[in-house]
Design a protein around this ligand. Structure first.
Ligand code: 13P
Ligand code: ZN
Length: 277
């Protein structure tokens, strides 16, 4: 099968295009990665080439040894992914030690994986362990409203979660564990990768101050839906703050408890305890 005909490749490209059309990806902003299933690799193996040298990842991900990922390229525009997948994206193989990768497909004009590869792979390692292998997609984007919130609210997981949960009723249903927030850091290196993967042990969303968000999920739809929901809620928060400093009414802590009972999910006890204080 041609790589571009594989269903995971089509879903990967569709997510990139959906994100671009929602304004989450100015220029080369954002990046996406997918941990490819063994059977999906088997279907395209004859299209892969294993002659390129291994390169250092910049961090260690031993639990991901010998696995394959589809990733967007550094400097590539999400705007172009649907039209030119083999140029803007690549498939990489992690070596047996989890410290190096090599490109086995794509980056056809000489590109390489996103500069955020260390964050993506460390997040994959954490989420793979935390979900028993279910999570396969890591998505980083630059949505305007969640970035705006990081200039106004303290960098506190419970404060951000409370405001996002309160801004739209479905939010606690979509991310009952809440969101983690990370103060401003230099992007693209191991330090921000370590800080993000620490948050991802607890959450499926990490907010990077003045930069964007990282989301993790089992499918492309669920992961994109999560980023979309967080950003929609952030947009409502920004609109409310633009109208007033004081809400006339809101969804209360007791309402969250009612909601969790009605929909049969468990809210983060840590965040609920912090909201009491
Ligand atoms: P890349 O072009 O290297 O993927 O970087 C974009 C980005 O959003 C960095 O955080
Ligand atoms: Zn970014």
């Amino acid at each position: 099968m041609k790589v571009t005909e594989a269903s995971f490749v089509k879903s990967f490209c569709k997510l990139a295009d959906d994100g671009f059309r929602l304004g989450f990806h100015e220029r080369n902003g954002g990046n996406l990665s997918y941990r490819i299933r063994e059977e999906e690799i088997a279907e395209i193996r004859d299209q892969l080439s294993f002659d390129r040298p291994f390169t250092a990842i910049g961090t260690e991900v031993p639990t991901l040894a010998d696995t394959y990922f589809m990733v967007t390229g550094t400097g590539q525009y999400f705007q172009n992914v649907l039209e030119k997948p083999a140029e803007t994206c690549g498939i990489i193989q992690i070596d047996g030690t989890g410290t190096q990768y090599r490109t086995v497909w794509g980056f056809s004009t000489g590109g390489r994986p996103t500069s955020e590869l260390p964050s993506h792979l460390m997040n994959h390692a954490v989420k793979m362990a935390a979900t028993g292998g279910k999570h396969r997609v890591i998505y980083h984007c630059h949505p305007a409203n969640i970035i705006a919130m990081t200039f106004v609210l303290p960098m506190d997981d419970a404060v951000f979660t409370k405001e996002l949960w309160e801004s739209m009723t479905e939010c606690p249903v979509v991310f009952p564990q809440g969101v983690g927030v990370i103060p401003w850091m230099v992007p693209g290196g191991k330090d921000i990768a370590v800080a993000t993967s620490e948050k991802m042990k607890k959450y499926d969303v990490a907010v990077w101050a003045h930069h964007g968000i990282f989301c993790s999920g089992d499918t492309f739809d669920a992961t994109f839906g999560l980023a979309h929901t967080v950003e929609k809620s952030a947009e409502i928060y920004v609109k409310v703050r633009s109208m007033t400093d004081k809400k006339t009414q809101t969804i209360t802590r007791d309402d969250f408890i009612e909601l969790a009972k009605a929909f049969g999910f468990t809210l983060s006890q840590e965040i609920m305890a912090a909201m009491k204080e």
